[in-house]
Design a protein around this ligand. Structure first.
Ligand code: ADP
Length: 506
């Protein structure tokens, strides 16, 4: 305790706050952690699948985002529970590695936690559960491999790739234009792909958006677009064979820094100063002309094969980027203009230029296109696929359940629980589509067993068949395997925590 005085001399007492710690141990810790993880998964559950709901999130400064992308929802949600943060991280890793399946992975983890809770209540040790889950995940991953098929496509026959991207886009707000957007995504990926080496550098695809126009106006530009216009009205609006200086320094005479002061007391002095400034500028322009630049821009990606010049003095001819065509394009009646830099020296770089009614729509389209780009890339890297609509999960669930019988130890309970947890995906898909979840799952599951058909899933869109091959609903094998592995990893990590020590708030 200490006595202090404020600025008016009034005394007040400072109570020294004790760094009290709250602590949860053993089963209580596990249960609290499981509850936290489950609550995050519950939020995403309703967003899963083609009929999934969107979430509206408002940031502290009022920006509104509408999305159904799992990774984005979690990213924008303000969670301060450590376990909830792990779930956010989980979705992020799926997004980073695969780009798709970010909602599914969290729903699966939530369901694994739910099943683990039941086992804990039955007195099974968390380590046994973790081990059982690990075995089950390996069985599921191997099983996925066995039911996967090769997806054939080539640079000339891109239709299969387009179909797959359409599946990804069908659950998004942009599904109205899924065909056009899927084609754009596939063409963009093929433009930067090396099919021989099975390599795709997504960094070469720039996704740019501008408010205005319709979603249908979204286009693929073989080059780079910059949200700038020609800086002077007298400049030509179209330059062929452009030589581009890429500067990161300001293209203007140096300004006096705030610390310095220039006193001007006569007209002559002012004119000398102005003249000097003018000359400086003229020199800069002359320098650009000397090295042969026909266009100057502050910052452009290296698509044109140019070198970024940080200091104006270092500008030389070799450092200029080259583009076959630079043109300014204006949109509608507004004064909005963009610069198109096409036929670049490094012709691989492309831009997807998204149009849409408002910023939220454009941002969501960007995220959806990102997912589609990732799916196409994943297929080029590895063209194995499994069928979607929950069919792969149902098939794995059956396989894992059967494998449980072969394990004599306590793990078999955990393995069985894992099989039940996999059902969460088809259950959520059915529920979100307004179908009775348990009835639908039972029918589909029996179809799997009776007809030995691993392609049956949930007919979310009421097409009339639940054969996902006929519905063209696929997911990449690596994506699905990654979902199972990542979800298992996180759940194991959560189960192994038996002591939670947090500084308590006073
Ligand atoms: P994620 O972020 O996990 O990709 P989505 O909301 O995109 O989540 O939903 C993906 C799930 O929806 C996958 O299980 C996929 O197989 C399924 N799905 C997508 N389209 C369809 C469809 N037309 N019919 C049935 N299931 C679908």
């Amino acid at each position: 305790m200490a006595l202090a005085f404020d600025e008016y001399g009034r005394p007040f007492i400072i109570l020294r706050e004790q760094e009290k710690k709250s602590r949860l141990q053993g089963l209580d810790a596990q249960k609290a952690n499981i509850a936290a993880g489950k609550s995050v998964a519950r939020i995403l559950r309703t967003s899963l699948g083609p009929k999934g709901m969107d979430k509206m999130l408002q940031s502290p400064d009022g920006d509104v985002t509408i999305t159904n992308d799992g990774a984005t929802i979690l990213e924008l949600m303000d969670v301060d529970n450590q376990i909830a943060k792990l779930m956010v991280e989980l979705s992020r890793s799926q997004d980073y590695d695969i780009g798709d399946g970010t909602t599914g992975v969290v729903v699966l983890a939530g369901s694994l936690l739910e099943q683990a809770e039941k086992l804990l209540e039955r007195g099974i040790h968390p380590i046994r559960i973790a081990e059982g889950y690990e075995m089950a995940s390996r069985i599921a991953v191997d099983h996925l491999e066995s039911i996967s098929t090769k997806y054939e496509f080539s640079a000339t026959d891109i239709e299969p790739l387009v179909q797959t991207c359409m599946t990804t886009l069908s659950s998004k707000i942009v599904s109205r234009c899924k065909r056009a957007l899927a084609e754009i995504a596939v063409k963009a990926v093929l433009a930067v792909a090396d099919l021989e080496r099975k390599d795709v550098n997504l960094d070469l695809i720039k996704v740019e958006g501008k408010v205005g126009g319709k979603l249908e106006d979204t286009e693929l530009v073989q080059g780079i677009i910059v949200d700038k216009d020609m800086s002077h009205p007298q400049m030509p609006k179209r330059i062929e064979d452009a030589h581009i200086a890429i500067l990161t320094c300001p293209f203007e005479p140096p300004k006096p820094k705030t610390k310095h002061k220039v006193d001007i007391d006569t007209v002559e002095k002012f004119q000398t100063l102005r003249g000097q400034e003018q000359k400086y500028f003229d020199d800069m322009v002359q320098k650009c002309k000397d090295v042969g630049a026909t266009l100057e821009l502050e910052l452009i990606a290296i698509a044109t094969g140019g070198r970024i010049v940080p200091r104006f003095q270092e500008l030389t001819t070799e450092k200029l980027g080259k583009a076959g065509l630079v043109r300014e394009k204006s949109f509608g009646t507004t004064k909005d203009r963009m610069l198109y830099i096409e036929k670049c020296a490094n012709s691989k770089a492309v831009t997807i230029f998204i149009r849409g009614g408002n910023k939220m729509m454009i941002e969501e389209t960007k995220r959806s296109i990102h997912d589609a780009l990732c799916v196409a890339r994943n297929l080029i890297i590895n063209n194995s696929i499994v069928y979607g609509g929950g069919s792969a999960e149902i098939s794995c669930s059956i396989a894992v359940d059967a494998a449980a019988d072969r394990h004599p130890g306590v793990e078999q309970y955990a393995i069985r629980a894992f099989a039940d947890a996999l059902d969460a995906i088809p259950l959520a898909l059915a529920e979100n589509s307004g179908l009775p979840p348990i009835d639908t799952l039972t029918v589909v599951k029996s179809q799997h067993v009776k007809e030995n058909n691993s392609r049956c899933g949930i007919d979310c869109n009421d097409v009339g068949t639940n054969d996902m091959k006929e519905q063209n609903v696929f997911e990449t094998l690596i994506g699905k395997q990654q979902q199972i592995l990542l979800a298992t990893q996180v759940v194991k990590m959560i189960l192994k925590i038996d002591d939670v020590i947090t500084p308590s708030e006073y």
